[in-house]
Write a protein that binds this ligand. Structure first.
Ligand SMILES: [Zn+2]
Length: 469
């Protein structure tokens, strides 16, 4: 069965057919960089990383765009809170700081960069053009404090979020804004206050609204209509509804043929927030489990279908650590079989790939793939056949690394080289203590180049390592 995707726009599972055969154009809303990244950001990035990997695995060429919102009310607010004297500079600094943190996190967990990563501030002139065109079409109007999108002039509003206007009323923040014609009208361009970041426009100095940023970046990079638009469920309304209204309002064409939305993460049933002190970051995950915390986190993400909510609890982490251990043990067994001179059966490995593909073609059903992996492992233990063990190991190893970005098979290598690596880490610690950062960096680079060993410096001063195959 070819790939089927649940499309939020039609609320149905649909056969995936890209506009241009063999090529997929995908846009995903990236982060607004104003705070520390948490595991919710990582789930979002990972979900679309797996989708991207699977599409590639299926033979598509991809153009994957994930944006960065680096100018927004939230970033300005953060710069104010941090007491920046020059607010404009402060906004840039805040955006840069949290963008770097986000990217470091993704790198640590092994999520690759998108093909194109536009920043909103690089697209201001395109946003201004788009607003001008919407104004010329009578779908936007000028007001005291900026330019607004005119809902009454756009008949398809509500198409994506499937809400009637009363329901939407509760979804948007109602500000006492006398400048809007209708409560649902939203800002395309905002006049900036004296100290805020601003760009010259036909309507005086100002800055873009959040939604227009994504319309300009997605259409700018991928054209009027592209294949997949993705993001978290929390973005369906108002962000994606508004993005669609702006784009379709200008082009009269669909913006994307498939809208994919992933579920959100809660912690013990609650939304993550700093005030509730349940804000979980990758650093915390790695502090608990420095060696494999990130791989276990990926298993946690894969264990729930991307579209469903995921409740992160200590019990779940414990369970997924046990799952991870089971994989490691299985590979240890497979290695023993290999040492005894056995070889995998290509036919069986191919059959297993086919079953994985069938699950993934079913709206990227990763929990089913994990279940199939376990089923195969159980079967191997039952059969007690070394050839079967190696066939299953090859299938899990290859599919795991290519599609899930997980290196399952590395336990053995680690134990063999442990004493040597620890010696190098001690030498590097000493170099760092003596502020000889050149030597410290060389040791790190050589280990990676020659031994495929990746070092990780933890916040408490320890250094841990793992084999990166
Ligand atoms: Zn967006």
């Amino acid at each position: 069965m070819p790939l089927q995707i649940f499309n939020s726009l039609s609320q149905q599972r649909e056969l995936f057919k890209p506009i241009e055969p063999g090529v997929v154009k995908m846009y995903v809303c990236g982060p607004t960089v104003y705070d520390d990244p948490h595991i919710g950001h990582l789930r979002s990035a990972y979900v679309f990383d797996v989708i991207r990997n699977y599409l590639k695995y299926s033979g598509y060429r991809l153009k994957f765009v994930r944006n960065v919102t680096d100018v927004d009310d939230k970033i300005i607010e953060k710069a104010r809170q941090e007491g920046c004297v020059d607010l404009r500079q402060g906004v840039q600094q805040v955006a840069e700081k949290y963008y770097n943190k986000y990217k470091t996190n993704l790198k640590k967990i092994g999520i690759q960069d998108p093909d194109i990563e536009p920043k909103a501030t690089e697209y201001i002139s395109k946003m201004i053009d788009l607003i001008q065109e919407l104004k010329a079409l009578g779908r936007a109007y000028q007001s005291e404090d900026g330019i607004y999108f005119d809902i009454e002039q756009y008949p398809h509003y509500g198409e994506l979020s499937k809400q009637d206007r009363d329901a939407m009323r509760s979804g948007v923040r109602i500000d006492k804004n006398e400048n809007k014609k209708s409560f649902l009208d939203f800002a395309l361009w905002k006049k900036s206050k004296e100290d805020e970041p601003s760009w010259t426009s036909p309507w005086g100095p100002g800055r873009p609204g959040w939604h227009i940023e994504c319309s300009a970046m997605s259409m700018g990079e991928l054209g009027d209509t592209f294949d997949i638009h993705g993001g978290g469920r929390d973005l369906i309304f108002p962000h994606h509804e508004n993005e669609l209204a702006q784009s379709k309002g200008k082009t009269s064409k669909p913006l994307a043929n498939y809208w994919i939305h992933h579920g959100l993460i809660t912690v013990g049933g609650q939304k993550m927030s700093k005030s509730l002190k349940n804000f979980i970051t990758l650093d915390e995950v790695l502090k608990e489990d420095p060696l494999y915390g990130d791989e276990v986190l990926k298993l946690t993400f894969l264990g729930t279908h991307y579209s469903a909510p995921l409740d992160y609890t200590p019990e779940r982490v414990k369970m997924d650590r046990a799952v991870w251990k089971r994989f490691l043990e299985f590979f240890e067994n497979a290695r023993q079989a290999e040492k005894r001179g056995n070889a995998p059966s290509e036919k069986r490995t191919q059959q297993i790939y086919a079953s994985f593909r069938e699950a993934m073609d079913n709206d990227f059903n990763t929990p089913d793939v994990l279940a199939l992996m376990h089923g195969q492992i159980n079967q191997v233990y039952k059969e007690n056949d070394p050839m079967a063990a190696l066939s299953v190991a090859a299938a899990i190893r290859n599919f795991g690394s290519e599609v899930f970005g997980i290196v399952f098979d590395r336990n053995d290598v680690s134990s063999q080289i442990k004493p040597e690596i620890e010696e190098w880490i001690a030498k590097r610690q000493l170099a760092r203590k003596n502020k000889d950062f050149k030597t410290a960096d060389e040791i790190r680079e050589n280990l990676l180049k020659e031994k495929h060993v990746e070092l990780r410096d933890l916040s408490d001063g320890r250094t841990t390592w793992r084999v990166k195959l």
